[in-house]
Design a protein around this ligand. Structure first.
Ligand code: TYM
Length: 328
């Protein structure tokens, strides 16, 4: 039996190279060795306002992106979260076991809630990590490949699993986060103090997977750097370090090789090479996304098969949980 992996992405905003390098890039390599479930988490997306038509379109687009990036539907299972109702059901059951305090301490909640006036903070952004815990625990997941920003949520999932097991008997596997050394936190191009984000105000913060070649060149040209000399991996030079990390991941070159390549060169040469490297990797994905989206039936079939596979596991787990809790 292969160990199981579960991960997901919200169909909100435009997927960017941070999402790609922090998650999908990693998934593609894992699918040979693990039983993989890759979800499009539309129930998470509605924790903030969404236009219904856009949400529906984006949900399919994420599925196309998974495929275009190299997720193979023969090896992996791709499905939409709301197609398996057990996610919402387990969320309620786990809600009853979670504490207000532990959810209040989630850094993502603190960041997101800062944007609202106190009494109007949507409840969904508060207990959103419980839905994520339900996603993971429904499937006896062992590894959760995510970016750095999701680590705290996976740790909460472990705590909930442990608490439930102690109270009701062994039911859930305690999952481990699986986070890459590079790419786990790609920073904003316009502000390297904050992570690259789908919801950033400026489009110069990120490079999306559907940006044109010209967009990519323009955004890299404008990316924040510093006035020092030399192209070197130095964590204190945050803007440059972030760009070099992106270059390293896309080019598959070592840090030494890269420093040698730009030994006597400046930002102009480096940024030109970086834009070319990103284009070489991203433009085939962009074209594939367009092609896959045209094949509506093919996409729907993959999502239906994925949901059937997931549902089969989830239905058994929810019965086990309900029995343990005395609901059935
Ligand atoms: P989401 O949709 O915000 O992001 C999807 C994935 O991209 C990673 N990521 C990044 N990685 C590197 N640099 C960045 N700047 C960057 N920004 C985002 C995220 O860490 C994530 O891996 N709650 C999750 C979705 C989710 C989930 C799950 C994940 C729901 N249920 C169960 C794993 C398991 C989220 O909002 O990701």
């Amino acid at each position: 039996m292969k160990k199981r992996i579960f991960s997901g992405i919200q169909p909100s905003g435009n997927l960017h190279i941070g999402n790609y390098l922090g998650s999908i890039y990693n998934w593609v390599n894992l699918q040979n060795d693990f039983d993989c479930l890759f979800c499009i988490v539309n129930l998470h997306a509605i924790t903030v306002n969404q236009d219904p038509k856009t949400l529906r379109d984006k949900t399919k687009e994420i599925a196309a992106i998974y495929l275009a990036c190299g997720i193979d539907p023969v090896k992996s299972h791709i499905f939409i979260q709301s197609d398996v109702k057990e996610h919402a059901e387990l969320m309620w059951l786990l809600n009853t076991q979670a504490y207000f305090g532990e959810l209040s301490r989630m850094t993502q909640f603190k960041d997101k809630s800062d944007k609202f006036k106190n009494e109007n903070i949507p409840l969904g952004i508060f207990n959103y990590p419980i839905l994520m815990a339900a996603d993971i625990l429904l499937y006896n997941t062992e590894l959760v490949p995510v970016g750095e920003d999701q680590k705290q949520h996976v740790e909460l999932t472990r705590d909930l699993a442990k608490r439930f097991n102690n109270k009701f008997g062994e039911t859930f596997k305690e999952p481990e986060p699986y986070i890459l050394k590079d790419g786990a936190k790609i920073m904003g191009l316009d502000n390297p103090d904050k992570k690259m984000s789908k919801s950033a105000e400026s489009a110069y913060n990120y490079i999306s997977l559907i940006d044109s070649d010209d967009d990519i060149i323009r955004k890299i040209k404008k990316a924040a750097t510093d006035s020092e000399n030399g192209i070197k991996f130095d964590k204190n030079r945050k803007g440059l370090h972030n760009l070099l990390t992106i270059y390293k991941m896309f080019s598959l070159k070592s840090e030494k090789e890269i420093e040698k390549e730009f030994e006597n060169k400046g930002y102009g040469d480096f940024k030109k090479a970086l834009a070319e490297e990103i284009i070489e990797n991203i433009s085939p994905i962009r074209e594939k996304i367009k092609e896959i989206l045209k094949e509506k039936k093919y996409l729907d079939k993959i999502l239906e098969d994925g949901a059937n596979y997931a549902r089969n596991i989830a239905e058994k787990k929810i019965i086990e949980v309900k029995k343990k809790m005395g609901i059935i």
